[in-house]
Structure formats: C-alpha cells, structure tokens
Write a protein that binds this ligand. Structure first.
Ligand code: F6P
Length: 496
C-alpha cells in the first residue's frame, strides 16, 4: 500500500478542508449535513454522529480514502492470520479468541486450541469460585488479586469495575504499580490464608508484575503459611509458561495464550480469568458476544453505516486535515471511569509511531493524545477548555438509557454537553465576550440500552477497529510498541 499522502482521496481532502474550515472555528462557520444525518447502529450500540465538522462530500472522500488505503483487504489479512505485525513477525488474532467456526492458520485449526484454552480457563475459574481450589492451609479462596500491568491489568481492571453489579464470586482486585504501597493497600483488606494471586503477564518478564508477585510471596511467608504449600496461592496467565514455571507457578495452575495476542488486545484471552472468577462464565460469554457482533459489523456493514470505520475515519479527518491533537472520551457511567486509561494504551501504544510499514519516516501525523474521565467529573475539571479554549478537541460522549430511571440528570448532562460543545451558546451572567461559548467542537454520542457485558465487549471492539482503521490509513504497524523498551533498559542501567 502507498503512503497516504499520495492517495487521490487524501489530496482531495486537503482541498476540502478549506470548505469546512480547519482548527477551532465557531459553530456558525460550518455547515454539517441535515440534522440527524449520520445515525449508525452497531450491535447493541447506537451512535449519533451528526455533531461532526464534516459534510456529505467530506464523508464521501473519507470513505474513498479507506478504500484506497485498503482497509478491507488488510482486515481480511488480519482475520485469516497473516503476519500483520512484521517487526515482531506475528499475526494479530485477538478477533479469533472471541470468534466462532474453524480457522485454518499455517495448515492447522486454531479453533481447537482456542476452545481448549477457553475450557481450561472455565475449569480454573469454577474451581476457584466453587471452593474446590484449596489454599495452603486448606481454606477456599475468598480474595483474588490480579498482578499485571498494561494490557495484563487495564482490561481486567476496567471490566471488573464496569461489570461489578454482576459479581457473585470471591472479591477480586487488580494491582499494577511498582510502588509497593499499591499492593499493600489492597492486601490490608485481604486474609493471607484465603488469598489467591493471579500473576498475569504475557512475557512473564515484566519488572512491575514480578516485583509484586515476589512481595505477595513474602506476605504469605510472613503470615506463617507453610512454605511447601505456598504455590497453591498462585495461578499464572501467560504466553511464556516455562518462565512461569521457573518462577514457581505449577504447570497445572497456569493458563496460556498465544504470542499472536497483543498485550493491549489480551482481555479476550485467559487474561480475563479474574473477571470470570468474579462474575462467572456468562459474563465472559456476553463480553465475547458483544465484541463478535462488532467484528461482523466491521467486516460487513457498508462504509456509511460502519461505526468503527467511521470513528477511525473521523479521527483521521480531525488529526490530519483539521489540526486536532487530542481526543476526549467521556463516559456518563461511573463504572466506566477506567475506560479512558484502557483506551490510552489501546490507541497510544498502537498509533504512537513515526515510521511506516516500509520502514520509512512518516511525514504525516499519526496517533494523537487520548484523555478523558467519567463525564460528571470531567464537567467539573477540564470541560472548560473544550468549551472556551482555543483547541479543536473532538470527544466521544458515552451514555446508557437505563441510568435515567435512577438519576435523570446524568443523561441530561451528557446531552447538554453534546449540544453546547457542538452549537455553543451564551452564559447570561458572564460579562461581555466572557460568556460566549463558540461551539463547533465535534462530538460522537455513543449510546446503549444498558451497561452490561455485551455492550462493554461491543464498545471495546469498536475502539479496536477504530485504531485498526487509522493504522491502515497511516500505513503504520499498530501491533508493536518498540518505543517503550529503551526506558526499561536505561532504568536497569541506572540501577547498576
Ligand atoms: O511495556 C509495555 C508492555 O509491553 C505492554 O505492551 C504490555 O501490555 C505490558 O507491557 C505488560 O506486559 P506483560 O503482559 O508481558 O507483562
């Protein structure tokens, strides 16, 4: 595939941005399509994309850009297990983990291995939930602490909090930070005799996770649990089972996943063990079903009604043609407050690249800054900058219909923010120009009936395919993260 700035649609979009007006301009200076012109249904999600600084011609050109950049061809390559991560020589098959049906890769059926892994995870989760898993002193598990970081923490931590209403198993926690105080704050509420640690690490070589696992072992020793039985307090989740065994996790207590699952896409693998322990098998099935619905939607829906594709193309539009550097994610749902952190890894680790797939330096912008917070908090912290600052700052506002029954003001606030960001207005009490909100800020309203496992799965899959779309257009590899390695190396040298 060629570099994006040589594609005809890219050049036409360059000219077209003059029609719409780049940068932050007041809402009165641009003409969207008809009100309500861009409404998209995707699995359990509905998106209202009518508050965007794009007109029908601009949208046509973006769709042409996706075609010219080969998004569909590349998706087909990813789904069938081709090497789409060339710098690590790996496929990226997270979609297979939540998929169905046979999948032949390199002459073998991947599905059989995936199903075996799912069954092993279900057995382990059930043994923990039912009390069959006995710890060193013969007690059943009442607390589970997932020790992982990055993709081995953010997905489980987000899902545990988002779906806490469905939890009926042992109390589950996640600890990631290298600072020992994070672990000890959680352990203060745990009984050593009844606590199981899940050491969750794709590589089983990550400093933070191994440091916490070592501290956990020391905590159990200090509690006087018998040394020869301490291994009963550890389960492993990894793509490097030999390293887990070397560390001291018995093979029978270790779940595996393939190298072809990227860390930030690993919630779909055995990394979800802690969620399954907390909430049971149906929650995991719901999560996968929601994501699978979006995988099908992304592969089959026409471009104008394809939510992840449109999210990706709008991201390209604002980043490359309108001068935006950031994107805000604002869930009006307290249980989703960790979503921005999850998406920061997904988007910024995937798209923070300045060399293209051919090994050449890019001279077009790639990934921007993702930030956000639960909407209620955002309104009282940083929304001022979106309303009256000078930056063009697109945002996603996420809301759920059923929150209205408990607290009607929550969704009223979500809708009010969308309206005021896009249309602007005036605060009568403020003197002169200080009361003017220019509007013109692009907003996607993403809505579902309720926050459950299925909608969470659908939401996360939408963002994954959004990232994939952007990576295709930008001609970069979204599946490696070489940039994070040097800092680790320098830290090791500084410690010597
Ligand atoms: O350092 C970044 C990173 O490699 C992420 O990509 C990954 O999710 C995280 O570290 C944790 O890695 P692991 O699961 O191997 O411990």
């Amino acid at each position: 595939m060629p570099r994006p700035d040589t594609l005809p649609a890219w050049q036409q979009l360059m000219a077209h941005r003059e029609v719409v007006g780049a940068g932050r301009v007041p809402s009165s200076h641009w003409t969207p399509g008809e009100p309500g012109w861009l409404q998209v249904a995707a699995g359990p999600l509905h998106a209202d994309l009518s508050r965007h600084r794009i007109d029908p011609r601009g949208l046509e050109l973006l769709v042409e850009l996706a075609e010219q950049a080969g998004v569909r061809t590349r998706l087909a390559r990813m789904l069938r297990g081709d090497i789409v991560n060339p710098t690590e020589g790996r496929a990226a098959l997270h979609t297979a983990l939540r998929g169905e049906g046979p999948l032949q890769v390199d002459g073998g059926d991947l599905r059989a291995g995936i199903d075996t892994g799912i069954a092993a995870q279900a057995r382990m989760a059930e043994a923990i939930r039912s009390g069959e898993w006995r710890l060193a002193s013969g007690e059943a598990v009442r607390h589970v602490v997932n020790l992982g970081i990055g993709g081995s923490d953010l997905g489980p931590a987000l899902a545990l909090e988002a779906l806490a209403a469905q939890a009926d198993g042992p109390a589950c926690h996640c600890v990631a930070d290298l600072d020992a105080r994070a672990l000890h704050a959680v352990l203060a509420a745990c009984d050593p005799a009844a606590t199981l640690f899940v050491v969750c690490s794709k590589t089983f070589g990550t400093l933070e996770t191994l440091a916490n696992a070592g501290r956990a072992r020391a905590w159990l020793r200090v509690a006087g649990l018998p040394e020869a039985q301490l291994h009963r307090h550890f389960a492993g989740v990894t793509a490097a089972p030999d390293r887990a065994a070397q560390w001291g996790v018995p093979a029978a207590q270790c779940l595996h996943f393939g190298e072809w699952v990227g860390g930030r896409y690993s919630l779909w693998s055995a990394v979800s063990l802690v969620l399954q322990v907390a909430c049971g098998p149906q929650v995991l099935q719901g999560l996968h079903a929601g994501a699978r619905a979006i995988d099908t939607h992304f592969a089959e829906a026409p471009a104008h009604a394809n939510l992840p594709l449109l999210m990706g193309l709008l991201g390209v539009w604002y980043r490359n043609f309108m001068g935006a550097q950031t994107h805000a994610v604002l869930p009006y749902a307290a249980p989703l407050r960790q979503l921005p952190a999850y998406l920061q890894q997904l988007e910024m680790e995937s798209l923070g690249k300045s060399v293209d797939l051919d090994g050449n330096a890019v001279d077009w912008d790639t990934g921007g800054v993702i930030f956000g917070a639960a909407g209620s908090h955002a309104q009282h912290a940083f929304m001022q900058l979106l309303h009256q600052g000078t930056l063009l700052l697109p945002s996603d506002i996420i809301l759920f219909d059923d929150t209205t029954a408990d607290e009607p003001a929550l969704n009223a606030n979500a809708l009010a923010q969308a309206q005021v960001l896009a249309e602007g207005g005036r605060v009568a009490a403020a003197p002169g120009e200080h009361g003017v909100l220019p509007g013109g800020q692009p907003v996607s309203l993403i809505q579902a009936a309720t926050l459950d496992a299925e909608t969470l799965g659908a939401l996360l899959a939408c963002y994954e395919h959004k990232v994939f779309t952007q990576a295709c257009v930008w001609h970069i590899n979204p599946f490696d993260q070489w940039g994070v390695e040097l800092g680790k190396q320098v830290a090791r040298e500084l410690q010597r």
